[in-house]
Design a protein around this ligand. Sequence first.
Ligand SMILES: NC(=O)c1ccc[n+]([C@@H]2O[C@H](COP(=O)([O-])OP(=O)(O)OC[C@H]3O[C@@H](n4cnc5c(N)ncnc54)[C@H](O)[C@@H]3O)[C@@H](O)[C@H]2O)c1
Length: 395
Amino acid sequence: MPAFENDVVVIGGCGHVGLPLGVALADRGLQVAVYDIARPAVDGVNGGAVPFDEPGVGEVLRRTLDAGTFRATTDPAIIATAEHVVVVIGTPIDEHLNPNLFAVPDAIEAVADHLRDGQALILRSTVYPGVTALVERLIERLGLDIDVAFCPERIAEGKAMVELAALPQLVSARTDRAFKRAEDLFARLASQTIRLEPEEAELAKLFTNSYRYIKFAIANQFFMIAADRGLDFARIREAVIHDYPRAADLPAPGFAAGPCLFKDTMQLAAFNNNGFTLGHSAMLVNEGLPLYLVSQMEDEHDLAGMTVAILGMAFKADSDDTRASLSYKLKRILRFKAKAVLCTDPFVRDDPDLVPLEEALERADLLVVGAPHTVYADLQPTQPVVDVWGLLADG
Ligand SMILES: NC(=O)c1ccc[n+]([C@@H]2O[C@H](COP(=O)([O-])OP(=O)(O)OC[C@H]3O[C@@H](n4cnc5c(N)ncnc54)[C@H](O)[C@@H]3O)[C@@H](O)[C@H]2O)c1
């Protein structure tokens, strides 16, 4: 095996998944560099600033920068210096819900000049099934002697630094050598690895996210069934789950959104020739929840004469991530129906239209909880509140 200057290079390493992974590996004694095309993020990271909220990452980033075991760059030449090349770029669906089958292979081909014999290439993005095989064929076509593995990331945003160490790692590869190299790398982080074939691991990741998305849809549909009959789903759910293990995982209702669950359910649907009835039904329920809430508001209030404030624009509690957030869908519908819409969020930094919470509370006739940020839990507003999450005491 040739000597490499770096143990790991992460392609897409300034993102929500790549950065926690990169700094965690650097913190465990490996020499790590991340390569990313986003120059502002790279500059910020090299200065010790994390481009998004993720508990614990900033501290480890600054520690590893100081120790000289971690750095970020926009120069793809860094890839040639690493024994392990981890790819964790985004894999979104398009506006017609089609997965981009070539996002990962294209990103690899774009840096092909910097790949070297003897490297291990580890795909970490959530991919459309068959992408690992496509990358294997690409490496063969390029005439490179590189071990390919697929090891999907399963962390949840907000828990990255804890879950990177706590979750078993799904490791898949066609050969024992490729498997062993990927297993040895992730053994730096986690104590358990589970071996799968690449096609199994690709489906395992999509099944994981689709399952969760469908579970949220069940809760949301139950909520709507109860609410249509004037009943409080929170009370019913509490009774159902209380000391009853078989229903303990019934989620509370709420916006099921964000960059992963919906798009991975749609990736699975596309893979199964659009024959994924449960997945598509879950999408109708989850994406329909903002519409349902607004129609409830219309039934109860004269919306056209009211100023409505949305509390929380991120896609989940205590996060700054607005990607695919249903609060923005809610905002669009309300802009059409209400006199005015105010939006507030203590974490979101990249939306110039937000107003401070105090202003929202002062000016609004009606409040809607968009994201159940903890800071809202103790509010005692004077105006009515629409709170599907059941966060506010009187919600
Ligand atoms: N966000 C999560 O919690 C989460 C959890 C598990 C799995 N995933 C999966 O991980 C992957 C990455 O998700 P993310 O949330 O980190 O995305 P992200 O958009 O936060 O990060 C992707 C990074 O890749 C960079 N990038 C894009 N194209 C590039 C290229 N050609 N070369 C170098 N850098 C490039 C971007 O600049 C960005 O910094 C996706 O497949 C996603 O489904 C995400």
